[in-house]
Write a new protein. Structure first.
Lengths: 702, 126
């Protein structure tokens, strides 16, 4: 294994697998929908407007469409051909067979192809006991109204099912929704003709009032009713013998064996129908899970955000009055090629109302004028450190080593602080147990659609998330854009680690595990620039998602720990696994079903479900926007979010999980930035760790 | 702060000397699998799933396209020659199957001779 082979492109094969899986889901959905008449439906018998031709209208139930026109036939006197049609019944079909055996009688069963596929044993038992099988089409589609494709498939699929289930085919056919021959009226007649052209003898039944001694073809369902009708007939003294259709006509059996090739094909059909059914069941479960999780998440949001608000505004007797924090603060601004944004970041910090602070800009080997611009600001509170490019964790560690004060605030170089933000951000640190504080990030560039989407996501997702985490005491991330830390706490966990791509999440988790509390200060607002193209957004989210997965894995043992660390671990890992991994992974299924529902099922129903979900989301969004004092006007983009943004988000999760599972070493390309964009892009280590080790890791702990 | 550094330095110095890549393992980013077995295993699984799906789709295609074959070109006759049977019924067709007493006849599943064979009993033989 050469060292060069170690670095790989991001995986791509999983997209093909995903596509194939979705195709299979689509095909099975279509097939299942076809058999249940949601696709290409033909379930209702059309009203008859034209009687059957006069020459066939002699009441005889067997119709043979030959080259010289139709000929009819009937049972000879005294002969009763019991026929049973409709679906198999798990209770009454076996009872019927027992009854027939008891009376040594033979009968003919017109079987749905899908029943044969589902209950091959029953089909075999019917044959083994000497009865005859006829086709009742695959799914009971009315051939009079069925499309040409459905008519053909209805007949041939049932033959395939019979071949697979019992190795036979049959030339008997009864058209669904028909009884006596004169019910083959209207469009049923040409349908019967077409079926006959494929080699079928069409079997109707005699009228109910025909006496058995004259010879009849009866028709019964495989139910309680059919059982008792058959029982009465079997006791009828006029009926001399009970036989199959072929038996009554004195012809060779209409049921025949099939070549092995067809049998194999039929078995394939049965298996794929079965697999498809199981697959679909799994999909329905996934769909249910997604729905439940989605609604649960919204509910959790609402409940905990409410709790959080009440907690903020309620006076709690006995709560310690915390002193105001006016201690000096060191602000770390790691910057890599940020010449567009660095000045506004630093100026916004300099305008802070906090009484005493220093700003350290760490230029991480920028190739542009970032460091010069920062130095040009010329304020004694600003220090600029230049270092060779080593990644964001390394830059932060460099700054940390130079920090003079006990409170450290980390800021991304594309973020603009509100004047009050710094002072407010550090207030929770008055409590000695609090090790870190997360601020409230808001989207600055929200002119365009992508910005608006992200704005909604920040308000609806991240900020509500944080309120909930705050109440549950399991804040997993202090964002790199705005976060305050106790320097002791940072030193205690060994500074910022570069083992993961989401160093902020990793750091926060490490703080929790070291026994510190991490809280949320929603009034400390920083405006951040978000990606403006889908490509940048994809990269940012890929990094976040992959980094979060890494951090979770790195800190997985928190689950079994005791105390606040264990509580944190259990809650956050459960939450993230359910809502940020499982939920997005199930999401493509939802889209498939939604598409299917809209195309083939009742579009009204699909719309109802869709608008149901949307309104739950809207209500939550309204609440979240009001909590954050944002305008509600932006809500119009929420419905649109369902179409590109949501898919992008779940594809990112799928991509990240695949990358993580594969364990490949990736080279993260730093992206082009125009002073906006992603907080910071870190390049993953490229070579073998042996060959290019420490400078970037000098301060990381382990 | 700086007390931590010696540990780092020692670790990175030891590794090259002992020539054991594993010494650097704690420094490795999370999820990176150096041996590559995970990648290979998962690629195998992915390949299997993909092939299974592809096979299924191909099979479905073959099945649907193969279904154009009808069971016959015209319906079977209803009034062909009478069968020779041990017990001829009294029916107008001059033939028939045994009355009620034919229970033990063996079934006609998969007759060896197929439909073109000389007529045999419809329901029961013997």
């Amino acid at each position: 294994m050469s060292r060069r082979a170690a670095v790989r492109r991001p995986p791509r094969g999983h997209w093909l697998v995903l596509l194939l899986v979705l195709l299979v889901v689509g095909v099975t959905l279509l097939f299942e929908g076809w058999t249940t008449h949601q696709v290409d439906a033909a379930r209702v018998k059309p009203p008859c407007t034209r009687p059957i031709p006069r020459e066939a209208d002699d009441g005889k139930p067997l119709l043979r469409f030959g080259p010289k026109g139709v000929t009819t036939a009937a049972m000879p006197p005294g002969t009763v051909a019991l026929t049973f049609d409709g679906g198999f019944d798990p209770v009454w079909t076996p009872r019927l067979l027992d009854l027939l055996r008891m009376h040594h009688a033979r009968a003919t069963f017109f079987v749905y192809g899908q029943d044969a596929a589902r209950h091959p044993k029953l089909l075999r038992r019917i044959l083994d006991e000497g009865h005859e099988i006829g086709s009742y089409t695959y799914s009971g589609g009315d051939l009079g109204v069925a499309s040409p494709l459905r008519s053909r498939l209805e007949l041939s699929l049932s033959q395939a099912a019979f071949a697979g289930a019992a190795g036979i085919n049959t030339t008997l056919l009864r058209l669904p929704h028909t009884t006596a021959a004169d019910t083959l009226c209207g469009p049923e007649w040409p349908a019967a003709q077409r079926a006959a052209a494929q080699g079928y003898l069409v079997v109707a039944s005699d009228h109910k009032d025909r006496e058995p001694w004259r010879g009849v073809v009866t028709q019964h369902s495989q139910t309680d009713l059919g059982y008792h009708e058959a029982e009465d007939l079997l006791r009828d003294p006029g009926a001399k013998r009970f036989t199959t259709i072929s038996g009554g006509l004195g012809r060779p059996a209409f049921v025949d064996g099939v070549p092995v090739a067809q049998e194999i094909k039929g078995e394939g059909l049965i298996w794929s129908a079965r697999l498809g059914h199981a697959f679909l069941t799994a999909m329905v479960w996934a769909l249910t899970l997604t729905g439940v999780l989605g609604v649960l998440r919204m509910l959790l949001f609402a409940v905990f955000a409410r709790l959080h608000v009440r907690r903020l505004h309620r006076y709690r007797p006995g709560a310690p009055r915390l002193r105001e924090v006016r201690d000096p603060v060191t602000v770390l601004v790691p910057a890599y090629n940020e010449e567009v944004g660095i000045a506004s970041t630093v100026y916004s910090l300099l305008a802070s109302t906090h009484p005493h602070f220093e700003i350290i800009v760490i230029d991480d080997g920028s190739t542009d004028a970032t460091a010069d611009i920062a130095e040009g600001i010329g304020d004694p509170r600003v220090t600029v450190i230049r270092q060779p490019n080593g990644g964001k964790p390394s830059a932060l560690n460099t700054g940390l080593a130079r920090a003079r004060h006990d409170i450290v605030v980390m800021v991304d170089a594309d973020t603009v602080f509100e004047p009050e933000a710094l002072a407010r951000l550090v207030q929770p640190l008055a409590h000695p147990a609090v090790g870190a504080v997360s601020g409230n990030t808001k989207v600055g560039n929200r002119r365009r659609l992508l910005g608006k989407w992200q704005h909604l996501e920040y308000v609806l997702g991240f900020n509500l998330d944080r309120r909930m985490f705050e109440v549950l005491e399991c804040m997993p991330t202090v964002p790199g854009a705005i976060g305050a830390f106790r320097r002791d706490a940072l030193m205690g966990v060994g500074g910022v680690s570069d083992e993961t791509l989401a160093e902020d999440t990793d750091l926060t988790m490490a703080l929790w595990r070291a026994g510190w509390r991490v809280v949320y200060e929603q009034s400390a607002v920083a405006w951040t620039e978000v990606p403006t193209t889908l490509r940048q957004l994809w990269r940012q989210r890929y990094r976040w998602c992959y980094g979060t997965l890494q951090s979770m894995w790195k800190h997985r043992h928190a689950v079994t720990e005791v105390g606040p660390a264990g509580r944190f671990g259990r809650r956050v890992l459960l939450y993230v696994t359910l809502f940020q991994i499982a939920l997005p992974l199930c999401a493509p299924v939802v889209d498939m079903f939604a598409l299917f529902g809209a195309l083939f099922r009742d579009p009204g129903e699909a719309a109802l479900v869709w608008f149901g979900f949307l309104s739950v989301q809207l209500v939550t969004a309204v609440y979240a926007l009001r909590l954050d004092r944002e305008r509600l006007r932006v809500l119009w983009v929420l419905p649109l979010q369902q179409f590109v943004y949501r898919q992008l988000m779940y594809l990112v999760v799928i991509h990240s999980v695949t990358t993580a599972l594969l364990g490949t070493r990736l080279k993260w390309h730093s992206m082009k930035r125009a002073g906006t964009a992603d907080p910071y892009l870190l390049e993953a280590p490229t070579g073998d760790p042996l060959d290019e080790p420490p400078p970037r890791r000098s301060l990381s702990s382990r | 702060m700086t007390q931590r550094l010696p540990h780092q330095v020692v670790a990175t110095h030891v590794a090259p000397v002992t020539r054991r890549p594993r010494a650097a393992a704690p420094q490795l980013p999370v999820f990176i699998d150096q041996s590559g077995w995970r990648r290979r295993t998962l690629q195998g699984v992915g390949l299997a799933v993909g092939l299974a799906c592809l096979g299924y789709l191909l099979f479905a295609g073959v099945l649907i396209s193969g279904l154009r074959q009808p069971v016959g070109t015209q319906p079977p006759s209803t009034n062909g020659p009478a069968r020779s049977g041990p017990d001829t019924g009294k029916s107008s067709h001059g033939s028939g199957t045994p009355v009620r007493a034919d229970a033990h006849a063996d079934h006609y599943r998969r007759p060896l001779s197929g439909r073109s064979a000389p007529p045999s009993a419809g329901g029961p033989k013997q």
